[in-house]
Design a protein. Structure first.
Length: 349
């Protein structure tokens, strides 16, 4: 695989497919396309492959990937990267696609924010929900603590060892990290505005067991003020029905969800539905022929925002992409378990 960091300005890269995004579904799309002899370049605004899994939740366990009872976001990314090695995709990281236009010969001309240009027969949008930004709690002065004492994601759990941690939120992320970080922490408190949670029932049950055992604290209320100096948090004030309480806290993890923005995608002339891209379920093509959308960025009747659903979408997308890239070549469907030609491509024969 090739990671491109710098390229002479003005050079146009010609390829079969450009994939916008480099999350798990985009990475699996490389595999499905590669089986059909289709080369791909991937463009991602992040500095590494893996999308949200690697950027926001690298150590968060995922339980619904077929054949893998449990795998972290980073482990899944690593396995997918290993799987696509035979197809040698090229990654253009720290870049954002700003413009897409039709070239005279029917191909698409793409331009990124750093001036890289691509000429491609097919475009696959696998950009998750677009660009994502954690929602910041409405607390005065919180910016001063961000990156030192206030964190919106957990990249390395060991960073939080022996810390007095306050986790704020009531969804899956808040509960998952409560359960994962409690054994490492000096103390851990979970704060939510009500005693009702949106997380998986078994996670809530386990959290309540830990509270009953005295291993952590659950507070019902709202965060109102941060106290500290030079970006280092010392304590916080929490408002509850009983009044205000000041807690010794040196690490704050607010999980208020993510704000998704389509960014430049909204200006590409595609039909949109509530900031998502409608597709058909035969080939996951958008309103523009030769432009596909797979993963969380698309919408269709019965859509489930699951990684495994995106894998299915990528497989069907590749079948249709082949017809555009090799219009005169009949596609013979084959299984990797029995096809010697596919096994040769994968380097296992």
């Amino acid at each position: 695989m090739t990671m491109v960091q710098d390229r002479p300005p003005g050079q146009i890269i010609e390829t079969d497919v450009v994939i916008i995004g480099a999350g798990p579904v985009a990475l699996f799309a490389v595999f499905e396309l590669g089986l059909l002899d289709i080369r791909a370049h991937l463009i991602d605004i992040l500095d590494k492959p893996g999308g949200q899994c690697a950027e926001l939740y690298p150590e968060k366990p995922i339980y619904d990937i077929p054949g893998l009872p449990v795998v972290t976001g980073q482990e899944l990314t690593d396995r997918l990267m290993e799987q696509i090695k035979p197809f040698d995709p090229t990654f253009h990281l720290n870049e954002r696609v700003d413009e897409i236009s039709k070239h005279d010969d029917g191909r698409f001309l793409l331009k990124t924010d750093v001036g890289t240009c691509f000429l491609t027969k097919v475009v696959v949008i696998g950009a998750g929900g677009g660009s994502f930004t954690p929602k910041r709690p409405p607390i005065d002065g919180i910016e001063a603590y961000e990156g030192t004492s206030v964190h919106y994601s957990v990249r390395r759990m060991e960073v939080f060892r022996d810390k007095n941690i306050l986790i704020v939120g009531g969804g899956d992320s808040a509960l998952d990290w409560t359960l994962s970080l409690q054994p490492l922490s000096k103390s851990l408190t979970l704060l939510h505005r009500r005693d009702d949670f949106r997380a998986a029932p078994h996670s809530v049950e386990k959290m309540r067991e830990m509270v009953a055992a005295g291993d952590m604290r659950l507070m019902i209320g709202q965060l109102s003020c941060l106290h500290g100096n030079d970006g280092l948090l010392e304590s916080v004030t929490v408002k509850t029905k009983e009044g205000e309480e000041r807690l010794p806290v040196d690490t704050l993890l607010p999980f208020f969800g993510l704000t998704m923005k389509l960014g430049p995608i909204a200006d590409w002339g595609l039909n949109l539905e509530e900031n998502l891209i409608p597709v058909d379920t035969e080939k996951f093509e958008t309103s523009e022929p030769r432009i596909f959308a797979v993963g969380d960025i698309n919408v269709y009747p019965g859509k489930l925002k699951l990684i495994l659903s995106g894998f299915h979408e990528a497989a069907l997308m590749a079948q249709k992409a082949h017809k555009y890239i090799y219009p005169d070549k009949k596609l013979l469907f084959q299984y990797t378990t029995s096809s010697s030609s596919l096994q040769k491509k994968l380097g296992v024969r």
